[in-house]
Design a protein around this ligand. Structure first.
Ligand code: ADP
Length: 297
């Protein structure tokens, strides 16, 4: 199985003609709620591809929490280890989207911010047969470190998508088999604007395998021994939301199925490409049948 340790959020989205000024009240347009959070998105991305997925996280004991759990479950994600925390609200993202397509987003981490190393250690038994452990940075670093450490202990492939980017300790980097930043995240982590210089810097910091996603340019990957490039699939992009989450979920599913790194990267690129052809985050993540059909074309 794949273990995803990360965030679950409810995205609250309202359309506006323009964004309000400070102190101003605007009448907005349509309002919708969407399940999100990088952890939940990546868990669903892998589960839609047929991988058995267990998630470790926290939601509040509230209506959003209950629907986040049931939505993840309906996509086949095992949420036994997602705790309902009576001490915090479920994570939410307040999003306004204006007619010209510009967003403002405020994230209230809520229960996600209370995920602890103890929560992760309490689920230690599920790491014993894990093929991959997938992490992001929308939950506290102490929980991420515990997950990486347990993944390493039980011989699973540890995959960290360092988003949103923040400085990482050498200990954490040493427990990660695959670090998967996008270009802005690589810039922040390496302090380098140049792609090659950024890759070199992170390899020198002890990253075993670096995979840099480059949007419609595909991915660069590098270890100290080898490096390479996987081109993107040529598609018409309508909404790039969740491309990175689709990529990470599909890459993890590939590795957990015993595929090679390069084959898993290709499947990640295909999942990312399919996702940008459709609107939304979780609704746009492909199923296994869709991915296989796309790869046969
Ligand atoms: P993020 O969403 O984290 O910024 P990227 O934009 O780099 O991540 O996208 C992740 C992957 O999804 C890319 O490496 C690529 O394979 C695929 N992808 C993203 N955008 C496109 C696009 N416009 N066309 C084709 N593939 C894309």
């Amino acid at each position: 199985p794949i273990i995803v340790v990360g965030s679950l959020n409810m995205d609250l989205v309202v359309r506006v003609a323009r964004h309000p000024r400070l102190g101003e009240t605007l009448l907005g347009g349509e309002f919708h709620t969407f399940p999100g959070g990088k952890g939940a998105n990546q868990a669903v991305a892998a589960a839609r591809l047929g991988a058995p997925v267990r998630m470790i996280g926290r939601v509040g004991r509230d209506d959003f929490g209950a629907s986040l759990l049931s939505i993840a479950q309906s996509d086949g994600v095992d949420t036994t280890h997602v705790r309902e925390d009576p001490g915090a609200a479920s994570g939410v993202a307040l999003i306004t989207v204006s007619e010209d397509g510009q967003n403002t987003i405020v994230v209230a981490a809520g229960a996600n911010g209370r995920l602890s190393a103890e929560d992760v250690y309490a689920a230690e038994a599920v790491f014993a047969d894990a093929g991959a452990v997938v992490m992001q940075l929308e939950v506290p670093l102490t929980a991420v470190e515990a997950a990486a450490r347990l993944g390493r202990k039980y011989g699973a492939a540890t995959i960290l998508n360092p988003a949103p980017a923040q400085p990482l300790s050498p200990e954490l980097l040493a427990w990660i088999d695959y670090l998967v930043p996008n270009q802005p995240e690589l810039r922040l982590l390496s302090g380098q604007t140049d792609l090659d210089a950024g890759i070199q810097t992170l390899l020198e910091q002890g990253v075993a395998n670096l995979i840099v996603t480059l949007g419609d340019q595909g991915v660069r990957w590098a270890s100290t021994a080898r490096q390479g490039y996987v081109p993107a699939f040529n598609v018409l992009a309508v909404d790039t939301t969740a491309a990175g989450d689709a990529f990470v979920g599909a890459f993890a599913a590939g590795l957990a199925e015993g595929r090679s790194v390069e084959e898993s990267l290709r499947r990640g690129c295909a999942a990312g490409a399919l996702t940008v052809t459709r609107a939304g985050a979780q609704p746009s993540l492909p199923t296994r049948a869709e991915l296989e059909a796309f790869l046969r074309k």
